[in-house]
Design a protein around this ligand. Structure first.
Ligand SMILES: C[S@@+](CC[C@H](N)C(=O)[O-])C[C@H]1O[C@@H](n2cnc3c(N)ncnc32)[C@H](O)[C@@H]1O
Length: 265
């Protein structure tokens, strides 16, 4: 059970609480709300015999769905899976779904982009005309190394999710250091391993992407969907605008720690 003042509840707090309980990976599937669960259940084969009507009335989420796998009664009564065969098939489908989506919030420092499932999720943003297939991993590595807070990208698409994922992984990493520091386990001899202020208050890096969608093959319009699927939406802000106009219209001078400008049309 996780107790916290509701006025202070934030995703960051929740992530920390989960991490403190040794949860190493937060699965987007588990965070699905009722509607998204239903949408997916409707895609499953009719032969399973799922009772979708009864599920429509009773709100449940991805977590409930996963937990139900531990309970035969739940699978029989709530989901209507009467035979052993149906229950096993259903369990298998949920497990596959969890595996398929377990990428985005890989906690730790290894780098979520080096997984087949990240590449699969990012694929719809790739277009041969952009020539950025090798830039994505390079930009990811640079952001992981430099650890900027505010990043600007002009000309968005495939590279954007690599950069936003780097910001998400940086944040996960610094939260981990914070935990280790609190436990006195983040020392290099007598010297603290990590910049004190950073470790005390981990920042949430944000990538601002500006694109006017003028390129015939622009994929930036699909960015929000892919970023949300990857669970990195809060690290990415898409501005559909002409870049030069956007920069001119900024209310006040804005500083960025890193910039990637790719406006070839
Ligand atoms: C080479 S593509 C970007 C590729 C992207 N980095 C990727 O990896 O997929 C160039 C992008 O710049 C956008 N663009 C061109 N001129 C622009 C301008 N003046 N303001 C904003 N975006 C512009 C196009 O719509 C196009 O999506």
């Amino acid at each position: 059970m996780f107790f916290c003042d509701p006025t202070e509840l934030s995703t960051e707090k929740l992530v920390e609480a989960l991490q403190a309980r040794q949860v190493s990976c937060i699965v987007p599937f588990v965070n699905w709300p009722h509607e998204q669960c239903l949408e997916w259940l409707r895609t499953l084969p009719a032969a399973l015999g799922l009772h979708l009507e009864s599920l429509e009335a009773e709100p449940f989420d991805g977590q409930t769905l996963v937990e139900a796998l531990d309970s035969t009664r739940e699978l029989k009564d709530t989901f209507g899976l009467q035979t052993m065969h149906q229950r096993l098939a259903f369990e298998q489908l949920v497990k596959e779904k969890v595996q398929e989506t377990d990428i985005s919030l890989q906690q730790g420092t290894t780098g979520a982009v080096f997984s087949a499932s990240f590449l699969r999720a990012a694929k719809p943003l790739y277009d041969l005309h952009m020539g950025t297939e090798n830039m994505g991993p390079l930009l990811y590595s640079l952001i992981r190394f430099v650890k900027p807070r505010k990043v600007l990208e002009i000309g968005a698409g495939y590279t954007s999710v690599y950069m936003a994922q780097a910001l998400a992984d940086n944040h996960a990493e610094i939260c981990k250091f914070k935990r280790l520091t609190a436990a006195g386990q983040c020392q290099c001899g007598d010297v603290p391993w990590g910049v004190d202020g950073e470790v005390r208050k981990p920042h949430v890096g944000v990538l601002t992407c500006v694109d006017n969608m003028s390129h015939e093959y622009a994929t930036a319009c699909d960015l929000p969907t892919v970023a949300n699927h990857l669970g990195i939406g809060r690290h990415l802000k898409l501005e559909v605008a002409d870049a030069w106009q956007y920069l001119e219209d900024l209310a006040e001078l804005e500083y960025f720690d890193s910039m990637w400008i790719d406006v070839g049309a």
